[in-house]
Design a protein. Structure first.
Length: 211
């Protein structure tokens, strides 16, 4: 983790003050996955796209190979994986991650029938378990649906992290970890969010998938 954080700081000196909080998130995610927990993430607009991006890096190989064990490959063969190129040799191990943007039927139905502002909270209430981890991304820090998801997470004993800018919005009050990049313009905040979550994914991957 130290190596990846040092590299991030050297490439983006503007993020120096956020390094301790980023390290805290990495440690929380490592602990989460060691205990077979689930990582949840959500945001709006571009931050919603970032949520999907993060899950993409966790659910499959990012910068390291994550081959299945020989036992898993053999078990897949026994179950019928008898192709000329067994797909068990192509599947990759992943880290359990759920983007709360990925259930459009649920979110639109709940939004239409109940309250669109509670779509993320509803999913956390149903899917989340004690000691899971929720990352809420809000550039301004005032997204009402993220704030309500944080409150729901607190009620479920789910650890939370806010990835935001320096406007110090109302979501900060409800997050266990706050990573606030020193920018106020939305696009500039998002430009700094990407290297942060890439660093987090790199460090967590390195912990579980040794080369």
């Amino acid at each position: 983790m130290k190596r990846y954080l040092e590299e991030l700081e050297s490439r983006y000196p503007v993020l120096t003050e956020t390094i301790p909080a980023i390290g805290e998130l990495i440690s929380a995610m490592i602990s989460l996955y060691r205990n077979d927990g689930t990582f949840f993430v959500a945001g709006n607009g571009g931050s919603g796209a970032d949520s999907e991006h993060i899950c993409g890096e966790l659910l499959k190989g990012f910068c390291r190979k994550r081959p299945l064990s020989a036992a898993d490959v053999e078990n897949l063969k026994k179950c019928g994986d008898n192709g000329s190129v067994p797909f068990g040799t192509q599947l990759q191990n992943g880290l359990r991650a759920v983007s709360l943007l990925s259930h459009p039927a649920l979110t639109t139905a709940f939004g239409n029938d109940v309250d669109p502002d509670l779509a993320f909270a509803q999913q956390l209430w149903t899917l989340g378990r004690k000691d899971d981890l929720f990352l809420g991304i809000s550039t301004g820090g005032n997204a009402s649906n993220i704030r309500k998801a944080f409150i729901t997470a607190r009620a479920k004993n789910i650890k939370t992290c806010l990835l935001t800018g320096n406007r110090h919005g109302c979501c900060e009050e409800f997050a266990d970890i706050v990573i606030a990049v020193p920018e106020r313009e939305t696009y500039r905040i998002q430009e700094l969010h990407l290297p942060i979550y890439h660093t987090v994914c790199l460090a967590v991957e390195a912990e579980f998938f040794k080369e």
